[in-house]
Every structure is written in structure tokens, then in C-alpha cells.
Design a protein around this ligand. Structure first.
Ligand SMILES: C[S@@+](CC[C@H](N)C(=O)[O-])C[C@H]1O[C@@H](n2cnc3c(N)ncnc32)[C@H](O)[C@@H]1O
Length: 196
């Protein structure tokens, strides 16, 4: 058991993660063996530990690139008001189905987590790397990035700075940005600074 999670909730989270790993294996075999795709699954247990530490009633959670929806649903089950934005419409469908099976209220919107007026600052590397471009999802979500308290992203190597820039310019200075990486696990940033 992690933190103050009761056994019933822990069982739901375990089922969710088990299903998440099955979905990931299927996706890896059916899609990623055929063509390159930016979806790689996070370490769900590490993310769960971070979400448990930060949870408070009424916090709004947003996942940048929510793929199969596991982390957004996890946040919902932990009591956050949780939303995920994902570029790939097929993954959004999978996430919504997983939310239904998990009896979760998590919301998923298809589109880009980049705001309509997103521009990298002059002098910055203009490449977005694996971050794709599409219509911004915030209008459909009915919220702007600065209305979220906890924002999660699993950027590819070298794209962390884009997510930090996104939060610095469009996010709330009080919000926590959770960045997951294979090398460093889950790091928490606030106001652009790494929290100890
Ligand atoms: C490295 S995967 C992380 C998936 C999931 N967050 C996790 O941690 O398991 C990145 C995801 O972001 C999505 N993505 C890439 N660019 C995006 C954009 N501009 N807006 C929304 N989703 C995007 C990809 O399709 C992919 O599913």
C-alpha cells in the first residue's frame, strides 16, 4: 500500500495499471512494430506515488499527451478533477473506453496541448521534436492551461524545456508540473524551479 490509499482504492488502481500495461503491449505490437509513434508508457507506479503525495481535495489535473489514459484516470480515482489531452484520436477512444471500464469521470479531449498562440521564444530551438501539431484542445476542454493545479508530462529527451516553457508562459505560477523521465523518475517543478 502506498501512502494513505485504502485497500479498495489500491485494488482499483492495480487493475487500472494491469490493464494499462496490457494496452501498452498491444499498442507496441500492433502499432509501434509497424511505424514510429511517440507513445511510450510511463512508469505508472512512480507516477502514482507522486500523485498520492500531492493530492488535496479539489485540485485540477491535466495530462499533456494522455495516450491510453491510465495516468489521467489514476488522478481521477485519487480525487483530482482530471483531464487529458491527446493528439492521436485512436488513443483518445481507447482512453475513454478505459475510463468507462474503470468507472472514472476522467475527461479526454483530442487535439494539441499547445495553446493556439503557442510560439517558442526567439533564439530557442524551433523544433518541437516528437511534439505534434494540431488544433489546440483547450477551447473544447473549456479551460485554459493556467486553470490547472497539477500538470503531468512524459516528454521525450530534450523536450523537457518545451514543457517548462509551456508552463512558464501559459500555466499558473502556483501550479506543479510533474515531468517524468526514464533517467530521473518523476520531478516536480513549481514556478519553473525543481522542488526538493
Ligand atoms: C511519451 S508519450 C506519454 C504518454 C503518457 N502520458 C504516459 O506517460 O504514459 C507522449 C504522448 O503525447 C502525445 N502527443 C504528442 N504531441 C502532442 C500534442 N501536441 N498534443 C497532445 N498530445 C501530444 C503522443 O501522441 C503520445 O501519446
Amino acid at each position: 500500500m502506498i501512502g494513505s490509499i485504502d485497500s479498495q482504492l489500491q485494488a482499483r488502481l492495480d487493475t487500472l495499471c494491469d490493464e494499462g500495461w496490457e494496452l501498452w503491449s498491444r499498442f507496441d505490437m500492433e502499432v509501434r512494430q509497424e511505424t514510429w509513434h511517440p507513445f511510450v508508457a510511463a512508469d505508472y507506479l512512480l507516477v502514482q506515488e507522486a500523485l498520492v503525495q500531492l493530492r488535496e481535495p479539489g485540485l485540477r489535473f491535466l495530462e499533456l499527451g494522455s495516450a491510453t489514459g491510465v495516468i489521467t484516470i489514476m488522478a481521477d480515482l485519487l480525487g483530482y478533477e482530471a483531464s487529458g489531452i491527446e493528439l492521436d484520436a485512436d488513443l483518445v477512444k481507447i482512453a475513454r473506453e478505459l475510463a468507462d471500464r474503470s468507472k472514472s469521470q476522467a475527461r479526454f479531449v483530442n487535439g494539441s496541448f499547445l495553446p493556439t498562440d503557442f510560439r517558442l521564444r526567439e533564439g530557442e530551438d524551433p523544433r518541437l521534436g516528437t511534439i505534434g501539431e494540431a488544433t489546440s484542445a483547450y477551447p473544447e476542454l473549456g479551460r485554459t492551461l493556467d486553470q490547472f493545479d497539477v500538470v503531468f508530462g512524459f516528454p521525450w529527451d530534450g523536450e523537457e524545456s518545451t514543457m517548462l516553457e509551456l508552463m512558464r508562459t501559459w500555466g499558473s505560477s502556483e501550479a506543479r508540473l510533474l515531468l517524468h523521465s526514464v533517467a530521473r523518475g518523476v520531478e516536480v517543478f513549481r514556478g519553473g524551479r525543481l522542488q526538493k
